[in-house]
Design a protein around this ligand. Sequence first.
Ligand SMILES: C[C@H](O)[C@@H](O)[C@@H](O)[C@H](O)C(=O)O
Ligand SMILES: [Mg+2]
Length: 404
Amino acid sequence: MLKMTKTIIKLTVRDVRFPTSLEQHGSDAMHTDPDYSVAYVVIETDQGMQGYGLTFTVGRGTEIVVCAVEALSALVVGKSLEEIVSDFRGFYRLLTSDGQMRWIGPEKGVIQLATAAVLNAVWDLWARSEGKPLWKLLVEMDPRKLISCIDFRYITDALTEEEALDILVKAQTGKQQRVDQMLKEGYPAYTTSCAWLGYSDQLLKQLCTDALNDGWTKFKVKVGADLKDDIRRCSLIRQMIGPHNTLMIDANQRWDVGEAITWVTRLAEYKPLWIEEPTSPDDILGHAAISKALAPLGIGVATGEQCHNRVMFKQFLQASALQFVQIDSCRLGSVNENLAVLLMAHKFKVPVCPHAGGVGLCELVQHLILFDYISVSASLDNRCVNMDIPAHHSKPFNCGQVLK
Ligand SMILES: C[C@H](O)[C@@H](O)[C@@H](O)[C@H](O)C(=O)O
Ligand SMILES: [Mg+2]
């Protein structure tokens, strides 16, 4: 008799690092010498099928993430794909609530990064076994099935299962037009590749000129280490991109709350759309105070690349502490938890502008943002996705080109 189930018989994980710090690619006010890295996971079934997943990290910390993935592997190996996806919520809980491991989280830090890497591989295996890219698997999935992948524990005071289902059902209208539009036009994107903190003004000018020539219209500049430098760099970029293109600034958690307000007020004349990670990523009320103070200047607060779970995002949304939700395909517990955050953001009417840039993030997050547009938000207002690519490749990114 033909065996139909796909049992996962092996998980391997590799520590992969790139020496990006040598030329200051990826540098910011808190990570001055980042070596972009990933814990790279491959799962394999008894039928020889593979699923690939990763989590982005920076430098030597990757060793610890790799250990955490190894510690989780016993929960995955021996399970069949069918068994997992028939109760994906239960499997998510198994990984995040395991009695021997939960104490070192829960749902945060290294163990959450490892959970993301493992679950990203499972989602990849699922999509491959259906012969579809992930975004298509999500977009074509029955809304009830999608909901069954989400762990609603701790978020029902903000979003119930019924409300989530209602959002997905409503967004079925016009879905095919949005699929066609995305395949044709792609999703709006911005770049940070011109203005990492460690880049000289000369390099910044050259990369900005190239990016403008290539058609980019939205640019993010790293700030936060030295106010005079920030004023000079923001003024330079604003002059180069003109009044109509978009500028965002990112401080990577450098300031205290009061300092953030004063500093960003000094940069307001360059008209940034948002200030990203102004202070500690855990300080929800601090973000709320900054949001309130900067609203009259027309500057929003963006955060999420170090927002480690749906419960944090829930509180940011409830406290009006952010105006742009920056989901991350590897910081949150994979697609399962990202779905929860996309649906909450929709309910609270806050646009999602995913974080990406690091190794593999741009490739992963495009699937989530396409799903968001096609099946949840149906809106492109005030939305764009981070698509950093190595400086010498800075071409605008068209999702439609690679997602077929
Ligand atoms: C160390 C990294 O490059 C960060 O600077 C990067 O993720 C950044 O915050 C971003 O928003 O792209
Ligand atoms: Mg950032």
